[in-house]
Design a protein. Structure first.
Lengths: 232, 243
């Protein structure tokens, strides 16, 4: 499961060309790019193809996908922040295991919080919350970005990647729930008349292969849109 | 390159820092989690006796607690089937007192509408915990639900899905001669693997999770054998008046 980001991730975003008037803004141009890039052009799932395991496992319903997405976003944001704060103090010999310790601790805390406040959903997510630890997106962002960049920008990068992951998860979750169970967020959306006319829920969508096919279509659509191709 | 002393020191600080936050969250949230787990067990007991009637209904935790205290009565019996006075299922520790058997009764207007008993045992990876409910006749299964297990999601984990429990509904735990014949989980579909005359005593298994099914079979046999003296009393009509 653990593999470093194969696709090139922007290490240090280029400085904005010219800033006419220094204004007090929450997000500078570069910060904004750090945050927005992972949503589409550099999406961790569709472009870098990381975090696939959980993307398939928790997307049979939108509810579980949303909770998982929030958990991953919070953990990537915080882990990038913490690692970035410590980046100059971490001995390079043990940096991976330090990153892993930080990530693992945050994931355990997130799991405890889910068990305390959304017990039902935490039961459905079962092992996959714990498996956030091995989600390559986290290690990829920690090693590939947070180790070289200041805390605020690393936090944005983490949150941005979390949102990129969330976006895909929720899209896949929505398709799978509507096509596979005829519901959305637990409400019936496929009209009864359609079932009476012989429509049946697509069992394939509830199973992992359905998620694979949807994910493949998404990757295709996204790459057709951005024009990105793997180097051969 | 940093010195080894620094590296060790840094490792120590990281370990202490991480463990501090992990223990803080575990200890700080424990009471909330325990309440959740208690409600989850109650929800499971209620579901095994079909309360609320529709599986689509999702009662909130306070509703579950109210429903449980209104409709369910807990009693404890011994291995001979006699009521043990002064004990409730809540204060029986199955580890220390294996001869005390908790039973929950669903009462509709004071009349017993179902019996439900805890079942637990090894699956493939983990111990499964659930409840088996019988109709007031003490013969027909009303439902089987699992609430805690560590089986593979999508394979053995399917035991907690409604379809698996629904397989058991309406099956009988006695054979033609009236002797105990606990239900067994077939390998795959019953129609494919079980000879014609035997099918009443089997339910469909989960494909890809044969060993979890074997575990379920074993725990049903174990539990029903232990409770058989009690259900004999039930069948003889001696339990109805129990308070």
């Amino acid at each position: 499961m653990i593999q470093m980001a194969a696709a090139p991730a922007p290490q240090t975003p280029p400085k904005p060309a010219a800033q006419p008037k220094p204004r007090l803004r929450l997000l500078s141009g570069a910060d904004k790019r750090t945050f927005m890039d992972p949503l589409s052009d550099n999406n961790p799932i569709t472009r870098q193809v990381l975090g696939i395991c959980s993307a398939l496992a928790v997307t049979t319903q939108v509810r579980t996908a949303v909770v998982m997405a929030i958990a991953v976003t919070v953990v990537t944001g915080l882990s990038s922040l913490v690692i970035s704060v410590m980046r100059n103090a971490i001995p390079s010999k043990i940096r991976i295991i330090v990153q892993l310790s930080v990530i693992a601790s945050l994931v355990i805390v997130a799991d405890q919080v889910l068990k305390a406040f959304v017990f039902d959903i935490s039961r459905q997510l079962s092992v996959f919350v714990g498996l956030i630890i091995t989600n390559c997106i986290l290690m990829g962002r920690a090693e590939g970005f947070a180790m070289q960049n200041p805390p605020w920008r690393s936090f944005l990068d983490g949150i941005g990647n979390g949102f990129g992951y969330s976006l895909i998860l929720i899209i896949i979750g929505a398709f799978r729930e509507v096509l596979g169970s005829g519901t959305l967020l637990g409400f019936h959306v496929v009209p009864k008349a359609l079932y009476a006319a012989g429509y049946a829920n697509m069992g394939l969508m509830v199973l992992a292969p359905g998620a694979f096919i949807l994910l493949g279509l998404l990757v295709w659509a996204q790459r057709a849109h951005t024009g990105y191709a793997e180097e051969s | 390159m940093r010195s080894n002393t620094y590296t060790f020191l840094f490792t120590g600080v990281v370990c202490i820092g991480c463990s501090f936050f992990v223990s803080l969250s575990a200890v700080g949230l424990r009471s909330r989690q325990e309440v959740n787990m208690k409600v989850d067990v109650q929800r499971n007991i209620l579901r095994s006796v079909e309360l609320p009637a529709s599986a689509d209904e999702r009662p909130t935790p306070p509703q579950i607690q109210r429903l449980f205290s209104d409709r369910m009565t807990g009693i404890v019996v011994d291995t001979k089937g006699a009521l043990v006075a002064g004990r409730t299922p809540q204060d029986v520790d199955p580890e220390k007192e294996p001869d005390l058997l908790p039973v929950f009764l669903r009462k509709d207007d004071g009349k017993i509408a179902a019996y439900t008993i805890p079942v637990s045992g090894k699956g493939l990876w983990s111990t499964l915990y659930g409840y088996l409910a019988l109709e007031p006749d003490g013969i027909t299964v009303k439902g089987l639900t699992y609430y805690k297990h560590g089986e593979t999601p999508g394979l053995g984990g399917e035991v907690e899905k409604p379809w698996f429990g629904a397989n058991f509904k309406g099956k009988q735990i006695l054979d033609d001669k009236g002797a105990l014949r606990p239900l067994a989980v077939a390998k795959g579909k019953v129609a494919d693997s079980v000879p014609e005359g035997e099918r009443g005593h089997y339910v469909d298994g989960i494909s890809g999770a044969t060993l979890t099914g074997t575990g379920v079979t074993a725990m049903l046999a174990k539990t029903l054998t232990k409770y058989e003296p009690f259900f004999k009393e039930v069948r003889a009509g001696k339990v109805e008046g129990l308070r």
